[in-house]
Design a protein. Sequence first.
Length: 120
Amino acid sequence: MSNKPYDLEERLVNFAADAALFCKGIPNDFTGQYYGHQFLRSAGSSALNFGEMQGAQTDKDFKNKATISLKELKESRINLKILTKIQYGDSARRLMILDEVEQLIKILATIIKNKKQTNT
């Protein structure tokens, strides 16, 4: 049984925090700085846009913010795959974060899909 929180906001905040901690262990060379900074931004942005989504005034705004959050999660996933290929950062932590981002993508994609179905 998983001990992950059911609150999606909390999971996204934890994901962003885990990304920040992971980035501390990435080598401080040009490649590490480039991918580390980009990963940090996309992971944080996914949580921040989710927060904006929760305060959306219209369904259109809700879908827009949710879609941005999903795009940021997908960018984070690609970044983690690149970091895996070049073997940057702690591999166990990287795989754990990659698993979480995959789950978050599925959850958010389902929310968007369900929202579209209720509005058509």
